[in-house]
Design a protein around this ligand. Sequence first.
Ligand code: SF4
Length: 63
Amino acid sequence: MKRPAVDLATCTLCMGCVEVCPEVFSLNDAGYIAVAELAAYPFDPVTEAIKYCPVDAITWEEA
Ligand code: SF4
């Protein structure tokens, strides 16, 4: 299964992914983007978030 991963060192916290795909991406209490633990990830919204991310911090990874 593939799951999205966020490179926290690259992420600028623009919140774009949270706006585009809130079911997967959120801002956690530590102030970083968190990826929800899901059995399966919605391909189209995550792909949209990947395209939307201005610094290309989101990628698909093999889980
Ligand atoms: S869209 Fe990219 S830079 Fe913006 S919060 Fe999400 S991962 Fe970070």
